[in-house]
Design a binder for this molecule. Structure first.
Ligand SMILES: C[S@@+](CC[C@H](N)C(=O)[O-])C[C@H]1O[C@@H](n2cnc3c(N)ncnc32)[C@H](O)[C@@H]1O
Length: 205
């Protein structure tokens, strides 16, 4: 395939990115691993034995971090549209989180026991139409929030990637109705130019 100027510039930026270089050196599948690690170093979500759900898991760097920090005692349950190479200690399901049949199968795997942490790094495939992409992103956030409402432990935490724009404040308000505290996190590995932030909902401070 012919490389355009834009794709060459993207590749150059990607290869020179210190988080990409660090991920390659340390065996993480994506630079996103450092976003979760920075948030977790501050907020202590991932504890040994915790049961964790990872929505939008491919290629699997958050699974790697969650499995390393929680161990195999609780269980990490992950889901993505795309396949994920196996990660020890992670129960992975490939499918669309907005599909009722996929959700039912995922819920069957997670089982009746509540989970300690729900993570969602889901981001829709970009269509290029900003309003459509933003609406899809907020819809995924709302589905993840519904899942968290049904499956989180009374002291559980919900960490979700949200793009600032149309619907952001309304979504934050929905989180405020569900959680005792809602805080914004923008880890260093999240590029300044990206509208993404993470909202962290906690049921107990
Ligand atoms: C930024 S990536 C996640 C990176 C991941 N946290 C990691 O550390 O490797 C966002 C993921 O959301 C997934 N995704 C988007 N829409 C989805 C949906 N409807 N159901 C499941 N996964 C979805 C995409 O396939 C993509 O892999």
């Amino acid at each position: 395939m012919k490389r355009t100027k834009t794709s060459k510039a993207w590749m150059r930026e990607h290869l020179n990115d210190p988080y990409v270089q660090r991920a390659n050196a340390e065996g993480y599948r994506a630079r996103a691993a450092y976003k979760l690690m920075e948030i977790d170093d501050r907020d202590h979500l991932l504890k040994p034995g915790a049961r964790v759900v990872d929505l939008g898991a491919a290629p699997g760097s958050w699974c790697q971090v969650a499995a390393a920090r929680c161990g195999t005692g609780g269980g990490v349950f992950a889901l993505d549209l795309l396949a994920v190479e196996p990660v020890v200690g992670v129960n992975f399901l490939q499918g669309d989180f907005s599909d009722d049949a996929v959700l039912a199968e995922f819920e069957r795997r997670v089982g009746g026991d509540k989970v300690d942490v729900v993570l969602s790094d889901m981001a829709p495939n970009i269509s290029g139409v900003a309003t459509v992409d933003q609406a899809r992103s907020i819809m995924l956030c709302e589905l993840a929030l519904d899942f968290a409402a049904n499956h989180l432990h009374v002291q559980g935490s919900f960490l979700v990637k949200v793009f600032q724009g149309e619907g952001f404040m309304e979504f934050r308000k929905q989180m405020e109705q569900q959680f005792q505290s809602v805080q914004t996190r923008k880890p260093k590995a999240s590029r300044d130019r990206s509208a993404e932030v993470y909202l962290l909902g906690r049921r107990q401070r």
